[in-house]
Design a protein around this ligand. Structure first.
Ligand SMILES: *Cc1c(COP(=O)(O)O)cnc(C)c1O
Length: 425
């Protein structure tokens, strides 16, 4: 069995470690707040995906927006991953890592601009996931202008409900994403008339942090029917992109076995899509690959009491990790060094930013903490730094990658000069 997280206490007396590398030493060397990732965990998760689908042609296209660190992209590229991008900036990252990896890039997103489309066409990406009739028109125009063919899939909206936070649910007709599956055949016919467009696939993405695998199966069944219909219409559909969205368990008091979850997920998809011949399956996992590989290390600045409540003020804030503020997300928080005899106490863990939403935990039972002590906010490898900002003019944290027994800086801490570089008085 693989461990859910790379973060553990090697012995009762030892500090929390990432794959055996002690985190207090990393905090001392690189400062806090600090993101720490395990390369081993990231690769293990990628390989879990690759293995679960080995019975059919497939490509795991890691969703770059979950964590777009160049070092992580490079690691995934070296192990055969493709990439799912949603902007030109993300494409530039892939091109920096390996120009040839463009052949393994799928381009998603509801608002692609002409400039973004042109860069993708010139780079020779694998396929465009088209989200509207308007985008199809623009793509037809840009391809004929550049005289470059494009393989396309329509991102269909399958109208399936997936239990997750409303901000990260995308597969219902009322959401802005995709083309209503009932209109898809008509739109494909229009696309097929365009000289430079090759309708080659169907794509779908129903949301994020979806823990039940049933909605994935339901969406895949609808997509499978559409593929058969389109083939009847004479279109050579040979690719299905099932999107990302497979959730993890953020509460450590729940059992979560990545292998078992992966197997259920693969079973649900293969049941619907396995029987269709001549298909390549594209998968776009983000969170499942990187979330549990990462932790945010932060130091306690103050412990203050307001009436009945105790607030632990840390040097990390919502600008460094916005998930709790944005989605009421839960993250386990643990002390890096366990102090003997520390009593448990319900506290709010908050950052220094001037917003009531700037918290990491509320009324959480934690071993009593003192100023200067370190805590780790777990499962923050996905949508952590990639969703960070400079709010309150706070420089972003540094990032460290643990590879085997060694740790190295993959992004230095930002400086005030970095923040001000683009400005004029
Ligand atoms: C965000 C996104 C993903 C990745 O979602 P996860 O929940 O991180 O797996 C995949 N595909 C598309 C189109 C997305 O927008």
């Amino acid at each position: 069995m693989i461990s859910t997280r790379p973060f553990a206490y090697p012995a009762t007396q030892s500090p929390l470690a990432c794959d055996g590398v002690a985190l207090d030493a990393l905090a001392k060397k690189y400062g806090t707040p600090l993101y720490v990732y395990s390369a081993n965990q990231i690769l293990t998760r990628l390989q879990l995906f690759q293995k679960a689908f080995e019975t059919i042609p497939h490509l795991v296209c890691y969703s770059v927006k979950a964590n777009s660190a160049l070092a992580i992209l490079k690691l995934l590229d070296a192990h055969g991953a493709g990439f799912d991008i949603v902007s030109c900036g993300e494409l530039e990252r892939i091109l920096r890592v390996n120009r040839k990896a463009a052949q393994r890039v799928v381009f998603s997103g509801v608002g692609k601009t002409a400039a973004e489309i042109d860069l993708a066409l010139r780079s020779g990406i694998l396929i465009f996931n088209v989200e509207s009739a308007g985008e199809l028109d623009l793509l037809a125009e840009r391809t004929s202008k550049l005289r470059k063919r494009a393989r396309i899939a329509l991102r269909v909206n399958p109208d399936v409900f997936a239990e997750t936070h409303p901000y990260i649910s995308t597969g219902l007709r009322e959401h802005k994403f995709g083309i209503d599956i009932r209109q898809a055949r008509t739109v494909y016919k229009t696309a097929a008339k365009q000289k430079y467009l090759d309708p080659a696939g169907v794509s779908v993405h129903i949301g994020s942090q979806i823990r039940s695998t049933d909605p994935f199966g339901a969406a895949a069944e609808r997509v499978a029917q559409l593929v058969l219909d389109l083939r009847k219409d004479g279109l050579p559909i040979n690719s299905v992109d099932v999107g990302g969205g497979l959730g993890i368990e953020y509460h450590s008091d729940h059992t979560f076995e990545p292998e078992a979850k992966m197997q259920q997920y693969a079973d649900a998809l293969l049941k619907a899509l396995g029987p269709i011949e001549g298909l390549q399956l594209l998968l776009e996992p983000g969170r499942f690959i990187v979330a549990q590989a990462g932790a945010l290390l932060t130091r306690v600045l103050y412990v203050k009491k307001n009436g009945e409540k105790t607030f632990v003020v840390t040097d990390a804030a919502m600008n460094d990790l916005i998930r709790p503020a944005l989605y009421q997300a839960y993250h386990d928080i643990v002390p890096v060094v366990r102090r003997k005899g520390a009593r448990k106490k319900a506290v709010d863990v908050v950052g220094p930013v001037c917003e009531t939403g700037d918290f990491f935990a509320r009324d959480r039972e934690l071993p009593e903490l003192k100023p200067g002590e370190l805590v780790a906010i777990l499962d923050t490898g996905a949508y952590g730094l990639s969703l960070s900002s400079n709010y309150n003019s706070r420089p972003r944290p540094a990032e460290v990658l643990v590879e085997g027994k060694r740790a190295r800086l993959i992004r230095r801490r930002e400086t005030i000069d970095d923040l001000l570089a683009a400005e004029k008085m």
